[in-house]
Design a binder for this molecule. Structure first.
Ligand code: XIL
Length: 310
């Protein structure tokens, strides 16, 4: 181990964050890498299957443990996520019609009441836009949610606002960060929510990208996208950044730095988070080498590129 500067000591007015996981909280090398950030989100611990694995039986232990650790380390905490079509328990996926609507409302109500005043921003809906939709022809992803409760997004945001008016409410998605056609679909979808006065405060751009030639936006692409969101009057968080190495590995530091520089250049971009600490913990698998710390939690060139950008 060697001494190096923390990201949080350079934070430059934005929150600089990471997805933490209680599975690793006993590992001292992991914890010391984690303490370089000033913002935390739980990789899985605050999702519906973690909190309501059984219908109507709420268990906040894991989400609470993430939040307590964040507090202990002086980090603020981000909520992820309330309503999502993927990785859901069978009881939830098998509900239909009004039963599903009621479960959506109950989950949001119970969770936001529990964390009222403790978590200031939540991803209310995750990944609801169809991957092949483009431009103003955006459409919802076909899922048990959209098939059974076509207005589940409106319901989710309105419920969240009424239960916890001070919580910032986000829509979060992938392939929405400047390069794929879905970028404009998500933008127009958010614009539609705003124009219909659905209470949304921000957009989370997941920013799962790769080093391959067409696998990531250029600085200009993401910078202009963030500018359009600022114009629209929403906050932006880069929520889950990782950069999968697939050829052109040496580009990784630049790709991380471009995203952070674009965030710093647009005043509505208030947070930048990466999706995990060390390469071996990543949901992409260790061979993707997608994060800022290596398998032994030493900072990589990509880490220093962010320090330099801040
Ligand atoms: C992933 C976690 O990293 C995995 O551990 C889990 O098995 C599945 O979910 N988009 C999201 C995140 O919004 O919640 C996902 O996290 C990664 C993709």
């Amino acid at each position: 181990a060697f001494a190096y500067e923390s990201l949080k000591s350079h934070a430059n007015g934005i929150k600089i964050g990471v997805a933490g996981n209680t599975l690793n909280f006993n590992d001292s090398a992991y914890m010391s890498a984690l303490s370089n950030f000033n913002y935390m989100v739980a990789e899985n611990g605050c999702k519906l299957p973690a909190i309501q694995g059984q219908r109507g039986v709420y268990n906040f232990n894991d989400c609470d443990a993430h939040l307590a650790k964040a507090k202990e380390l002086g980090m603020t905490f981000r909520g992820h996520c309330l309503i999502w079509h993927a990785y859901q328990p069978a009881w939830f996926e098998s509900l239909r019609g009004d039963d599903l609507k009621k479960a959506i409302v109950d989950h949001i109500t119970t969770v936001l009441k529990h964390y009222d005043g403790k978590i200031d921003a939540w991803d209310v809906v995750n990944e609801a836009i169809d991957d092949n939709s483009t431009g103003s022809n955006w459409k919802l992803r076909s899922s048990f949610l959209s098939q059974n409760v076509p207005d589940f997004i409106d319901i989710a945001f309105k419920t969240a606002r009424s239960v916890s008016p001070s919580t910032k409410l986000f829509y979060n998605d992938y392939s929405a960060d400047g390069i794929y056609a879905k970028t404009d679909a998500v933008f127009n979808f958010v614009k539609d929510l705003k124009s219909r006065n659905i209470p949304i405060d921000g957009v989370g751009l997941q920013y799962h990208v790769s080093t391959s030639a067409y696998g990531h936006p250029s600085y200009d692409q993401v910078n202009s996208l963030l500018g359009r969101y600022c114009q629209l009057g929403v906050e932006v968080h880069i929520t889950e950044m990782d950069v999968k190495c697939e050829g052109n590995e040496s580009q990784q530091p630049q790709i991380f730095a471009d995203a952070l520089r674009a965030c710093l250049n647009n005043s509505c971009c208030k947070a930048f988070l990466v999706w995990g600490v060390g390469d071996n913990d990543s949901w992409l698998g260790g061979s993707a080498k997608g994060l800022l710390f290596d398998g032994t939690y030493q900072p990589k060139d990509s880490y220093f590129a962010l320090i330099k950008a801040l």
